[in-house]
Structures are given as structure tokens and as C-alpha cells.
Ligand binder design. Structure first.
Ligand code: PEP
Length: 251
């Protein structure tokens, strides 16, 4: 059974005080992690304080990014080893903003997936898609390529630890989510790709999230889709009330 996964990605928002207060406000109101897992990805500067505020609550305090080397002369980068030592369980890798603004290629993202796994954490591997690709029908090639390249050299055992997020850039931050059909098609395409790389059995165990303008009004319909196992939310994860509505979408 694939346990639903509800993730938030704060990006470069909120202050340290707001981040800590947010965790305090939600930590006793989250669903049972046997039924729904929850995660919030934040700036590395906030993680230590969030972990302390979180205590033993089921929330996964998550990193938004990391580098692919554990240590060395890489000024300003975030070490995956250091994140692991802090007790961070998940790291987002390959978000469309990293691909677009920081020129992260599939090769770099693949190295990051390896680095996260080899440090005992789990990657949330994001695959994006531009409107042009949806319109010209290039979508299949583009999405398949990102999944295949991102998981290059990853064993079947490690692949089971990966969460994949289908995040069309034409829906991110626009207030216009993909339709349930479009979101399901993207996630189905990713599951078929996983079956081709590994097997049906492995593909059926890996969680695939949809991200792009998810909010408390559209989450239930999205979560009803066969291949959508969870969501990754940006804007609607920035207010604790809305994030709790997403996390408790089953109520
Ligand atoms: C995101 O950036 O991962 C995202 C899904 O953002 P939003 O929910 O704001 O579209």
C-alpha cells in the first residue's frame, strides 16, 4: 500500500520565528502517519529550530535542496552529510526552480539523488514540464527523460525510497492547477516509466505526487486519482491553517 504523502515547499519564504511558530501550531493536529505522511521543506537556516520545535511529531522536517558532495571547497553549498547528521529524512531534488534559475541539469540532479540516498535520506525527485511541451506533445519524451536520467544507477532497493513529484511548471504558482485528468496522466506516465526501468511491482510501490497550485479546494479530487499518491504544495503550504486542511484532506 502506498501511504499518501502531503508535502509543503516553503521556498525562500517566512521568517525563522514564523517557521518555528508554524511547526508548534500544527504538530499536534497532523494525521496519523500510518494513514498520511506529512512533510514541510524549508530553508536550511530554519531546519535545526524546526526540528527542535517539532520534537517527536510525525511531521518530516525536510530540506529544499542539497549539493551532491558531502564536503570540500564548495562555498555556500549545503552538504547532504550535514543534513543527514541533523536528522533530516527527506530532501527535495530537482525542483523546477532549481532547474530554471540555477541551471541544474538531469546529470546534476542524478548526482544529488545518489548523494541523498547514500547519506540515508530519501529524495523527493521533481520532474517538471513546460506548457510548450504539453502543447506540442513533447511531454512524454521530456517527463520520461527526467525520470530515467534522475534515477540513473539507482538500484531497485533504493528506488523504493524515492518519492517522485510531477510538477508541471505551467501550473506552479499560477493559481491554476492541472485538471485532475492532466495531473493523473502525468503521474501515470511516470509510473509507466518506473515499470519500464524496474518492474510493475516496484513501480506500484513508489509514491508519485502532483504539485502545481494545489489547495484545500482541489486536493480531494486530485487525491482520488489512481496514480496520485500525494501532493507537493508551495503557496498553500505557507499558512498553517491551509497546510492542516491539506494534511487532513481525508476528514
Ligand atoms: C511548488 O513550487 O512546488 C509548487 C507546487 O508551488 P504552488 O503550489 O505554489 O504552485
Amino acid at each position: 500500500m502506498r501511504i499518501p504523502f502531503i508535502g509543503g515547499n516553503w521556498k525562500m519564504n517566512l521568517s525563522l520565528d514564523e517557521a518555528v511558530q508554524f511547526v508548534i501550531d500544527i504538530k499536534d493536529k497532523l494525521p496519523d502517519p500510518k494513514n498520511v505522511e506529512t512533510a514541510l521543506a524549508a530553508s536550511p537556516l530554519f531546519l535545526e529550530s524546526m526540528l527542535k520545535a517539532n520534537g517527536s511529531s510525525p511531521l518530516h522536517v525536510t530540506a529544499e535542496n542539497c549539493f551532491y558532495k558531502n564536503e570540500g571547497a564548495y562555498t555556500g553549498e549545503v552538504s547532504p552529510k550535514a543534513l543527514s547528521q541533523m536528522g533530516i529524512p527527506y530532501v527535495i531534488v530537482g525542483h523546477s526552480e532549481r532547474r530554471r534559475y540555477f541551471n541544474e541539469t538531469n546529470d546534476i540532479i542524478n548526482k544529488k539523488v545518489h548523494a541523498v540516498l547514500s547519506n540515508g535520506m530519501r529524495p523527493i525527485l521533481c520532474c517538471d514540464e513546460t506548457m510548450g511541451r504539453l502543447e506540442t506533445g513533447d511531454r512524454i519524451h521530456w517527463v520520461v527523460n527526467q525520470v530515467t536520467a534522475g534515477l540513473k544507477g539507482i538500484s531497485e532497493k533504493d528506488a523504493l525510497k524515492v518519492v517522485i513529484a510531477y510538477e508541471p511548471s505551467w501550473a506552479i504558482g499560477t493559481g491554476h492547477s492541472a485538471s485532475t485528468t492532466e495531473a493523473e496522466e502525468g503521474c501515470y506516465l511516470i509510473r509507466q516509466t518506473l515499470a519500464d526501468i524496474y518492474s510493475d511491482d516496484v513501480a506500484n510501490q513508489i509514491r508519485i505526487l502532483y504539485g502545481g497550485s494545489v489547495d484545500p479546494d482541489n486536493i480531494v479530487a486530485l487525491m482520488k486519482q489512481i496514480d496520485i499518491d500525494g501532493i507537493l504544495a508551495g503557496k498553500s503550504s505557507l499558512k498553517s491553517k491551509e497546510f492542516l486542511e491539506l494534511a487532513n484532506y481525508q476528514d
